[in-house]
Design a protein around this ligand. Structure first.
Ligand code: URA
Length: 433
């Protein structure tokens, strides 16, 4: 087989066989196929697309390019959740203990933040003492004991995806549904889950800005998962403004704790209950979504969910007393209020600009090796559909410096205040099975 023939085949809109796709992915992983040929191929896929079988074959080829996590020693059906990423998305931190409290095993492999979205690992590390370095055996033991453990990516998972994603980033081929869907699904499948619930974000702060694109991506991923024998479903949720009120590491963990105490913002709770009820059904711990939702609500009311969170924190070396005394979280020295400059209603909040503002305060990384600050971030005092009067606080910056003029200006730019009636946006657009 020659790579040049396969590039031409895809360029001409023909279908690649499983064997041909494996040849490409294996060859690229082993450095037998050079970047320039792989770029040309990715561009051919970008323009010519792939059918469902090719997408599943590509996903599997990337899974097989590296190690796979064997979770067979974890008792019960393991259901993973994946979000395509958004600003203020602390869902995992509340959702994981919530579903684990109903006996669903959650063996979660999470990542760090880059750019305007944060990462679950960074957020969890704002809990004093919490660590994510566990051996695979410790990880499995903790899931069996407590139904929940979270680690960073271990081993050499999907090296083909790592290499190809880097290449796509610099060759204008990121935005291709078959390439995105296979990239995300290969990582999920290599992490050993039996079932996958996908939270596909849509809107200004999301990777996919248009609902139709988000829907196409969600459908593509569900088809791949199903074709490869994994129960998979997707929820399309709004990211036209940050999720909840907090953006920044410790601030987001505090909000997640509030959710589990029944005191958190409505949107985060709703998303957790929606995603969680599908996870519980997939794990066969409830026979319907309604029954699962009721059980999750009861776990919050009874305190079972918050107890699971405390056990999880303690098991990973953290100080669980922060749950009852949130003043033990790191606190930024300055709180700067950014005030509305006119009366009206909040029409839009550019989520990615809020994310970038939080990053500039130090909550996120501009480059992979940046150090982050756990205490800084942003609290939104107003969200879309809220009425404001000139002088009201739009957001509160939690800052290490007293002067944050540039960031205040960004916040003003991010908020659009209109003189018309504005409804709060829909949170869940669609569920795809
Ligand atoms: N996220 C991924 O993991 N892969 C993509 O291709 C795009 C977003």
């Amino acid at each position: 087989m020659r790579m040049v023939d396969l590039i031409e085949k895809k360029r001409n809109g023909e279908i690649l066989s499983e064997e041909e796709i494996h040849f490409i992915i294996q060859g690229y992983t082993n450095d037998d196929i050079p970047d320039y040929q792989m770029s040309a191929w990715a561009m051919a896929v970008y323009f010519q697309d792939m059918n469902d079988k090719e997408r599943a074959d590509l996903t599997m080829a990337m899974v097989k390019s590296g190690e796979e996590i064997d979770l067979s020693a974890v008792e019960g059906l393991k259901v993973d959740k994946h979000s395509t990423g958004g600003v203020g998305d602390k869902t995992t931190i509340a959702l994981a203990p919530l579903v684990a409290s109903l006996g669903v095993p959650v063996a979660k492999m999470s990542g760090r933040g880059l750019g305007h979205t944060g990462g679950t690992l960074d957020k969890l590390e704002s809990i004093p003492g919490f660590h994510i370095e566990l051996t695979t055996q410790e990880f499995i033991d903790k899931v069996n004991e407590n139904k929940l453990a979270v680690i960073g990516q271990t081993g050499n998972l999907t090296p083909a995806d790592k290499k190809l994603y880097g290449l796509r980033d610099v060759t204008g081929t990121v935005n291709s549904i078959p390439l995105i869907a296979s990239s995300i699904m290969s990582k999920k499948l290599a992490s050993g889950a039996d079932g996958i619930v996908l939270d596909v974000k849509t809107g200004t702060g999301a990777f996919m800005k248009e609902l139709s694109d988000s829907k196409e991506l969600a459908q593509a991923m569900v088809k791949i998962g199903t074709k490869l024998g994994k129960k998979t479903m997707a929820v399309i949720s709004d990211m036209n403004q940050p999720l909840g009120l907090a953006v920044g590491n410790a601030l987001e963990v505090k909000e997640a704790i509030a959710i589990l105490k029944g005191e958190g913002p409505e949107d985060v709770l709703e998303l957790c209950l929606t995603l969680g009820s599908h996870m519980v059904v997939m794990a066969q711990k409830a026979s319907s979504v309604d029954e699962a939702r009721k059980a999750l609500e009861d776990a919050i009311t009874s305190g079972k969910a918050i107890e699971t969170l405390k056990t999880f924190i303690t098991a990973q070396g953290g100080d669980a007393s922060v749950v009852d005394d949130m003043s033990k979280f790191p606190e930024a020295p300055f709180q700067i209020k950014v005030k509305a400059q006119s009366d009206g209603m909040v029409k839009s909040i550019e989520a990615d600009r809020i994310g970038t503002a939080a990053m500039m305060l130090g909550a996120g990384r501009a480059t992979k090796d940046d150090q982050i600050l756990l205490d800084v971030g942003i609290i939104l005092n107003k969200k879309i559909g809220d009425a404001v009067q000139k002088g009201d606080t739009l957001v509160t910056l939690h800052s290490r410096t007293e002067d944050a003029k540039e960031i205040e200006a960004m916040i003003q730019e991010a908020y659009d205040i209109a003189h018309e009636h504005i409804e709060a946006p829909v949170l869940i657009y669609e569920e795809i099975t």
